[in-house]
Ligand binder design. Structure first.
Ligand code: HEC
Length: 148
């Protein structure tokens, strides 16, 4: 009996240990996702839709609709959508002010266009899910999650 109890404890430890390893963590938000040779171009790019209420409203509809962004990033933008929970790294938490302070609009747009290698982030523009214009509107919407 004593022996059995010991193996149960060991089993429980193994299960919880592998679960911890399976549920990923958010990768460092300030690490560059844009290749070095394209970084200057990305940093120079501005998004004219930032702060434009009509474009932000369209971006919200894209985030919650055809862009499927909410499935991973969550409706509140905290990276806790159902499809994102088991991912490693986990989807970006757009409420994280640090992320907004260190990433330019162009760097975010690069990821929305091309994805983030080695992660589940979708290359939304290059795969035809979103147009260039839609990517800019959804990026403007993502900026509104800052600090929330
Ligand atoms: C299948 C899940 C999934 C979907 C759907 C998804 N994302 Fe992501 N996204 C991720 C993951 C995972 C990361 C974290 C990538 C990393 O750490 O490099 C991420 C990161 C990002 C980043 C931050 C990149 C950086 O510099 O750290 C942006 C911006 C982004 N996503 C925008 C979007 C937009 C816009 C959509 C909808 C068009 C979307 N995502 C849909 C999983 C997803």
């Amino acid at each position: 009996m004593k022996y059995m109890l010991g193996s149960f404890v060991l089993l429980a430890m193994l299960i919880s240990g592998s679960y911890m390893a399976y549920a990923g963590a958010e990768a460092e938000p300030c690490k560059a996702r844009v290749p070095a040779d394209q970084m200057a171009t990305a940093k120079a790019e501005k998004n004219a839709y930032i702060g434009n209420a009509a474009a932000v409203a369209e971006g919200k509809a894209i985030f919650e609709g055809k862009g499927t962004c909410f499935t991973c990033h969550g409706l509140g933008g905290h990276g806790d959508g159902d499809a994102g929970k088991a991912l490693d790294p986990t989807p970006r938490n757009f409420g994280n002010a640090k992320f907004h302070d260190c990433k330019t609009d162009g760097e975010m747009l690069y990821v929305i266009r091309n994805g983030s290698p080695g992660t589940a982030m979708i290359p939304a523009v290059s795969t035809g899910i979103l147009t260039e214009d839609e990517a800019k509107k959804v990026q403007a919407y993502e900026r509104t999650f800052k600090g929330k």
